[in-house]
Structure formats: C-alpha cells, structure tokens
Design a protein around this ligand. Structure first.
Ligand code: PRT
Length: 166
C-alpha cells in the first residue's frame, strides 16, 4: 500500500505556522509581510523547509501517532488502528512488510521506497501500542554499533543437540 507518505502534513509535530489559510491568502498590505509559502511548502512540515528530509521524521511521526491514541478513529487512521488492538496492528505491520519485500525482490526501487515508508509508519504504530519509545530502539542500535553480526553470532553459546532434541 503506497497511498500517503511523503507529503502529508504532520499537524501536531510541525512547529507552529500560520497554516493553509493564513499563509496562502495573506494580504500584501500586512504590517510585517512574511514570505508567502509555495503550495508544496504548505504541505510539508516546517523542518523540511530548511534541510533535506532525514531520520528525525521518525521521532516526529512517533509523537503524532502517540498523540492520536484515544482520539476519534473517524478522523485519524492511527487512532483507528490503535483502537483495533495489538493483533490487528501486528497484522497490518506484517502485511506492509510483505508488500515491501515483494517490491525488493521485484527490483522496483520507486515502489520499495513507498512500501518502506508504510513499514516504518506501521512499525511506529506497533511501538505506540506496545509502549516502546523510539529512543529505546535507537539505544539498542547504538549498543550494537561496531559489532559485526558475524562476530556476534560466533560469540553465542553453542547449543549441543541431544538425541532427544533431534
Ligand atoms: N505515514 C502515514 C501513513 N502511511 C500509511 N498510512 C495509511 O495507512 C492506511 C493503510 O491502508 P490499508 O488499506 O492498507 O489499511 P486499512 O485502511 O486499515 O484497511 P483494512 O486492512 O482494515 O481493510 C491508509 O489509509 C494509508 O493512508 C498512513 N497514515 C498516516 N501516516 C502518518 O501519520 C500521521 C497521522 O495520521 P492520522 O492518524 O491519519 O491523522 C500523518 O500525518 C502521516 O504523517
């Protein structure tokens, strides 16, 4: 599923700005005229205007999704998902992961980008549901930094199979 990802505004996470009406329809005679935003800029979070998109978007997305918990499911997809419980949230994440791997195997890079965004969004919903903070995951990634997966695997205690296990 690749419906909305890159350009949807993140209402709660974005710093305050005068909004769609206040910016686009601004009068030229205003006392302290501000540079009018383009249509594209209005649709992007403020932080994206100054610098290229980066992984900080994940923290902002987490804050938005968390803020949706317990809100009206008819106006927020995150609220709807969260209200449906862990099983459904996990199922949606699994579906998006499968769609992502399909695009990877098919070599369709453009579609893989969209599906990757879907996976990250649904993973974040999973974290909110489970009560995990992004910083918990960032800390785990940091802990692993510099440790080769090969070395880590080799350091695991060897399990000797008994006849019964086989
Ligand atoms: N990144 C996303 C995002 N990615 C995907 N989706 C939505 O996820 C839904 C997935 O659609 P599907 O048909 O696969 O799933 P479904 O509608 O639950 O269908 P069923 O499986 O229940 O039949 C679509 O409605 C997509 O628009 C997202 N919805 C929201 N966000 C972000 O979350 C923020 C908050 O969104 P709301 O909670 O909707 O306000 C937004 O500003 C965005 O930044």
């Amino acid at each position: 599923m690749t419906k909305k990802v890159a350009t949807k505004p993140m209402e709660k996470a974005a710093p305050k700005q005068s909004g769609k009406n206040g910016t686009k329809g601004q009068s030229k005679k205003a006392a302290a005229p501000k540079k009018a935003l383009t249509e594209k800029e209005i649709m992007l979070p403020q932080t994206s205007l100054d610098s290229p998109a980066n992984s900080a978007v994940l923290n902002r997305l987490f804050d938005v999704v968390k803020s949706r918990k317990g809100t009206d499911p008819s106006v927020s997809h995150s609220a709807r998902l969260l209200s449906r419980g862990t099983y459904k949230i996990a199922q949606k994440f699994g579906e998006e992961a499968v769609e992502c791997l399909i695009e990877a195997v098919a070599g369709r890079k453009d579609l893989l980008i969209g599906e990757s965004a879907d996976v990250l969004y649904h993973l974040i919903v999973l974290w909110v549901d489970a009560g995990i903070q992004p910083s918990d995951v960032w800390a785990e990634l940091e802990r692993r930094e510099g440790t080769s997966g090969i070395a880590e695997k080799a350091s695991r205690p060897k399990q000797t199979l008994t006849k019964k296990d086989k």
